[in-house]
Design a protein around this ligand. Sequence first.
Ligand code: GCV
Length: 700
Amino acid sequence: MLKYLSLLVFCLLTTGSLLAEDGYRLWLRYDRIANEDLRTAYLDQLRTFRTGEVDTTTAIMQSAMSELRRGLGGLLGESIYPARAAQNSEGASLSLQRVGSDEVAAEGYRIEDADDGIVLSASDDAGFLYGVFHLLRLVQSGESLDGVSVAEAPRKAIRILNHWDNLDGTVERGYAGFSIFEWHTLPEIIDQRYIDYARACASVGINGSVVTNVNANSLIFRPDYQEKAAALAEVFRAYGIKLYLTARFSSPMELGGLETADPLDPAVKSWWTEKVNEIYERIPDFGGFVVKANSEGQPGPREYGRSHAEGANMLAEALEPHGGIVMWRAFVYNSDPEADRAMQAYEEFVPLDGKFRDNVLVQVKNGPIDFQPREPFSPLFGATPETPLLLELQITKEYLGQGTHLVGLAPMFTETLDADTYQDGKGTTVASTVAGLAGVANIGTDRNWTGHPFNQADWYAFGRTAWQPSLTAKEIYEEWATLTYDGDESATNTIVEMLLASREICVNYMTPLGLTHQMATGHHYGPGPWVANLGRPEWNPAYYNRADSMGIGFDRTESGSNALAQYAPEVQAMFADPKTCPPEYLLWFHHLPWDWNMQNGERLWDELCRSYQEGVEGTQWLAEQWAGLEGQVDSDRHREVSQYLQVQQREAAWWRDASIAYFQSLSGLPIPAGVPEPAHNLAYYKSLSYPYAPGIRPQW
Ligand code: GCV
């Protein structure tokens, strides 16, 4: 008997610890509320549930009802079943109310503590779904519902994830395993992950998903793949999410056997029209295409002497009768050694303003180069009044420590969104100039979806920011940390502080004072500021740092490339003078002598070295903060994050030492007090390789 009892105890313990916290549930953890008073208070308010006249049989409403049952059932520890009229209509209850779109905008909702209980109102199904997630968020965070009065509507209509997932299951710049979209088992097998993915996206307001890589494969348009995509679209539809695909511009040739992909060729046009019609037969609410054209080897209209507008319009015309859109990426640059890469997207797209069809949006990365730890906002924002733009943000972490470094991206998102372009006078923030946000997803088959447990915060932050760009990074992280960890207020604050500080820490140990693109070749992991031998000039870190024995930095003022002239005069005034340029953008806009006197009185060289050191010390601070949370957050995730923080500390020191060793070989100046000498010589750092990054074939 004793033997069986101990076996039972063992099983319970091990099952308990296995299920303890593997991160799969993300922030949607609906554990029973531990505080009994609070739980009882919620129960009193939510015990009965009236759907009233609202039709709950539609796919989205079914999702909303099932989330409500799951969420409240878990949090309150009692099953709550919606009924048209509550069993006991006496007393307080939760009820649904459909209102007109003049009262609550599309996808929006209201949650109010009314006379007869908590009322959730919306004018469409998506609004109810989002409202349910908001209500659950309140209960999960322990917020009182007494007197609650919430009125929400998304500020941006397009809130979309871009997956760089390949049809072979790999993910470009993905650091959390393989693609969650299993093309070999679709359409028959509907993995629970698809549903949980859609739940998570909907919970933060994401309403679109591009399931294929922008480095596109035309096979996705073959009927068998379309069937598979249609199965995904059906799952997504029930969560208010539209499916989109990437369109390889040369598909009419590769798949259709045509001799050209010229967008003005009638045969090409009709191939796309038929293809689009075929897609809509299978996916009636198909969202449209994302296109990377004439960029990094991808085919495009320029091969036929046609403009990006002519290319985009041809696809847009085919999509227009069905309500589909084209998101045409502005991420283009050529390999002219004389050109400044930072200027090229603007040069290419501003002259096309007004030439795009109404259902085309131009998708612009946050900065003019490519998802660096810090870049100024792209000058395209606000510069195309006739052309709606989408802001493309990176959620995955190419150039940012990939899967291993703790770097919270919300401060970067908000830094871009809040930046004032002055294009239409003061207050023309980037946020105000864009029609929507696209985020390059960081999701994969890892059990916890994102690899590093803290990377979940970036997925969360993207959705919340896209819904409401005026949310601060602090507000978003407070929500996330409260929902994702069970710590008390001080533990939550520590997690929030870590996330808020981490991006600047990373900037300091990788690319301080406005340096950019200093990462090693190809995989972009680890430092390579000396690299100058790549086929294309603008792929070389040395092209960006322009360091020599005299100084460092990229002159983008009048005396250099004059990229600064692409910004509004007020922005130019902010950056033009190195004496007043904010230090975080100094070497982005200026080439300066090593002994340049910084605004704080420090010599540039010394400040550079100290910034690297500050970054390294920052990673030590992160590790100390986290160590202090032992016992306050679950042991599984505590251990995992601790391991990652060790890697980050080691690699931050690698970044500092390699960068200082290289720049010192040019400046010839001594390393200032407080900054250690590099642990090895420059030759050592140059000899290091990093053959482990996902997507990189290991070499002997
Ligand atoms: C999908 C960078 C990345 C590429 C990526 C490209 C893009 O250059 O290194 O992997 O390709 O951006 O955004 O298209």
